[in-house]
Ligand binder design. Structure first.
Ligand SMILES: Cc1cc2nc3c(=O)[nH]c(=O)nc-3n(C[C@H](O)[C@H](O)[C@H](O)COP(=O)(O)OP(=O)(O)OC[C@H]3O[C@@H](n4cnc5c(N)ncnc54)[C@H](O)[C@@H]3O)c2cc1C
Length: 315
């Protein structure tokens, strides 16, 4: 363990973590960022990003995140491509551990994001960004007048399907049961929509296509029979999992594992702030995550100023 007590440690290097790093670095707080296994966050998994302001022609997800990183480093953020494996937030000085080392800081910003749940198919991974997506807001506009398949049966799946009717010629919801988990009101809206169709008792076994999605192979969950359906896009809407396992017992989490925050920035531990999809269950966009990262950094700065003022008063 080093003797040094950092002002700010940031956990996560998606839009929230790296925006927090830019703000903290420009405030001369010399942030240390643990980037984690998915350095750059979820946008590293996608191709075209067309809704991030400032890029009228669009930008590739990985290139956007390289730019975030370069901007943070330009102002002095130290970025380490390591995963945090445990934390201790119980005292004024916070402890953050990686394999083979412990670091201490007066404030910590948690920006570990949330991972979309996937079906776990090889073809799904290969065709991500080529017709396979987990985000209708992000990618729906690429499928104007196309056939779209949505996988799932909860509120999120129906919200995504309803949103996708703005673009697609037909939206088919594939669900493994013969009834939906979604709320009654969402079900009523989906059933009433002329573009939405349902494929019940059906499980996607394969996504077909070489350079882009061309169809899905669907299994009837009652008979095991397989059938191929042509489609242009597959939106997997089976949920998200916040990356919070290392914070269990240290921060208050809700029943789904998201970090609880009364105001969207502070947490149950004074001096620990949160930003991005790890707390935001609703918007889940790069630009909102960046904004929340900015807020977290500004709050950390205020907290440090208050600490300094308190120490000066004691002296
Ligand atoms: C396929 C896809 C396409 C998308 N397209 C768009 C789009 O076009 N436009 C848009 O606005 N949004 C898009 N999104 C959503 C957007 O990517 C997210 O809303 C955004 O990345 C959330 O940012 P974040 O910083 O909160 O978290 P994330 O991007 O999830 O980053 C989390 C970070 O935390 C790190 N981490 C996790 N655990 C640890 C740990 N224990 N220790 C250290 N680090 C850790 C990870 O390595 C990662 O760097 C897309 C998402 C996906 C999956």
């Amino acid at each position: 363990m080093s003797d040094e007590i950092r002002k700010v440690i940031i956990i996560g290097s998606g839009p929230a973590g790296l925006t927090a790093a830019i703000y903290a670095a420009r405030a001369e707080l010399s942030p240390l960022v643990f980037a984690g296994g998915l350095y750059g966050g979820q946008l590293m998994l996608t191709t075209d990003v067309e809704n991030y302001p400032g890029f009228p022609e669009g930008i590739q997800g990985p290139e956007l995140m390289e730019r975030f990183r370069a901007q943070a480093e330009r102002f002095g953020a130290e970025i380490r491509n390591e995963d945090v494996v445990s934390v201790d937030f119980k005292h004024d000085i916070k402890r953050v551990s990686i394999d083979g080392g412990e670091f201490r800081a007066s404030t910590v910003i948690v920006a570990t994001g949330a991972s979309a749940l996937w079906l776990g198919l090889e073809s799904e991974t290969r065709l991500r960004g080529k017709g396979v997506s987990t985000c209708a807001t992000c990618d729906g506009a690429f499928f104007k007048e196309k056939d779209i398949t949505v996988v799932g049966g909860g509120d999120t799946a129906l919200e995504e399907a309803l949103f996708l009717t703005r673009f697609g010629s037909r939206v088919t919801i594939v669900h493994r049961r013969d009834h939906l988990r979604a709320s009654k009101i969402m079900q009523a809206r989906a059933h009433a929509h002329p573009k939405i169709h349902f494929l019940w008792n059906a499980r996607v076994r394969e996504i077909v296509g070489d350079r882009h999605v061309e169809g899905v192979i669907v299994e009837d969950t009652r008979t095991g029979a397989l059938m191929e359906r042509p489609t242009d896009a597959v939106f997997v809407a089976i949920g998200h999992h916040p990356n919070t396992s290392v914070f269990a017992g240290q921060l208050i989490l809700d029943s789904r594992g998201y970090i609880e925050s009364p105001d969207g920035v502070s947490t149950s531990s004074a001096g620990v702030f949160v930003g991005g999809d790890v707390q935001d269950r609703h918007y889940r966009q790069a630009v909102t995550a960046a904004g929340l990262g900015c807020r977290a950094a500004m709050r950390a700065e205020q907290y440090l100023e208050a600490l300094d003022a308190k120490e000066a008063a004691v002296r």
